[in-house]
Design a protein around this ligand. Structure first.
Ligand SMILES: Cc1cc2nc3c(=O)[nH]c(=O)nc-3n(C[C@H](O)[C@H](O)[C@H](O)COP(=O)(O)OP(=O)(O)OC[C@H]3O[C@@H](n4cnc5c(N)ncnc54)[C@H](O)[C@@H]3O)c2cc1C
Length: 330
């Protein structure tokens, strides 16, 4: 899904039909590092798996190879995976671009409050601004997909978990040509951003919570993240020494986990006409392909049984436990 989605991000203006439209795509690369010799085989396997899936430009690097390319990485690092064409972009501009490029009518600040059903299935969506008659409704409500599912009588296996991140103000010691650097032992990561950096820690012990529009942040979160980044990228110690509260901007959202850490995509058989596109913890990078699959399922171009992410997979017993890096769960 990520591979097909990257095709869309790399050709975005053409895909949405707005010449010159910019999403600030930056092929900064993703560098996954470890100082645990016991993980070396796992990293090698990951690269083999990337290649088998057609992502042939992903590389396995030894500690020495990592330091030759990225001199700010500590001597402690024993292995890494790297792909230069991984990267980041403005998800805000991407969302706006999809809306502008489509012929869809978008109703902003209009909350769905109920799913209307008749003998045939879905017949409308009730909103704060009145009902909309439709035979098809897609639940893409992110952390709120659980409550929206309940409107259609479904009890979805979704767990929203708070995730915090920090923007660090510009600092001369933060290398601006660095990739996204992910420490696989401490589950912490950073990447350069406009002279400064984004940094975060995916806390495996953060409990699942209720969906929320505003989430509290922990005042000590930046210190916790810095402590986790310093061992493998020691320049952060010098950056940390001079940091003031005003140099840090904290924010929080929610990852949404499913039992196998893969999204729910497809029709809900209990409520004909009701489709799910939810359960994402790394959803931006999968979004275009997920949207395409939903469209294909709605139009009948893709048969439900040919879609491995169908919500019925749990009941059918065709689930395999995911082993993705950085999912942040034990
Ligand atoms: C700190 C942090 C860092 C992350 N970093 C990355 C990353 O680097 N790469 C990546 O791919 N992903 C990342 N993610 C995850 C990514 O943000 C999510 O997976 C993605 O936003 C999910 O998209 P979505 O459309 O399913 O949900 P959302 O983006 O949450 O969108 C759901 C929408 O539904 C609307 N909605 C909810 N309820 C209703 C209702 N009743 N009526 C009408 N509208 C409703 C909401 O207002 C919202 O606009 C990160 C998340 C966090 C918290």
């Amino acid at each position: 899904m990520a591979r097909a989605s990257i095709e869309v991000w790399e050709n975005f203006a053409e895909v949405i039909g707005i010449p010159g439209y910019e999403i600030s795509l930056h092929h900064g690369g993703y560098l996954f590092i470890t100082d645990d010799a016991g993980m070396v085989d796992q990293l090698r396997r990951a690269v083999t798996q990337h290649h088998a899936l057609g992502v042939t430009d992903s590389e396995y690097l030894t500690g020495a190879e990592v330091r030759a390319r990225f001199p700010y990485i500590s001597d402690r690092v024993v292995a890494a995976t790297f792909r230069q064409r991984d990267g980041w972009f403005s998800s805000h501009e991407a969302t706006q671009g999809f809306a502008k490029g489509s012929r869809a009518r978008c109703l902003l600040r209009t909350r769905a409050t109920g799913i209307l059903r008749d003998a045939q299935g879905v017949c409308g969506v009730e909103t704060e601004r009145g009902a909309i008659a439709t035979r098809v409704a897609v639940n893409a409500a992110g952390p709120f997909a659980g409550p929206v599912g309940r409107m259609a009588g479904l009890d979805l296996p979704l767990q929203p978990v708070r995730r915090q991140k920090v923007f660090v103000a510009p600092h001369p010691l933060i290398p601006q040509d660095a990739p996204l650097v992910i420490d696989l032992v401490r589950n912490a990561y950073w990447r350069p951003e406009t002279g400064g950096a984004y940094m975060a820690w995916v806390d495996p012990d953060e409990p699942a919570g209720e969906p929320a529009e505003r989430l509290p942040t922990d005042w000590d979160f930046p210190a916790v993240v810095l402590e986790k980044l310093i061992p493998l990228t020691p320049f952060w110690e010098q950056v940390a020494a001079g940091l003031k509260a005003a140099d840090l901007q904290l924010s929080a959202g929610q990852y949404v986990y499913t039992p196998d850490d893969q999204p729910l995509i497809g029709p809900a058989p209990e409520a004909p006409g009701f489709y799910l596109n939810c359960g994402y913890w790394a959803g931006v990078m999968l979004a275009p392909e997920a949207g395409r699959r939903i469209a294909q399922l709605v139009t009948g171009e893709l048969a439900p049984q040919d879609n491995p992410l169908r919500p019925t997979r749990y009941a059918e017993g065709v689930v395999s436990e995911g082993d993705s890096f950085l999912r942040g769960r034990h």
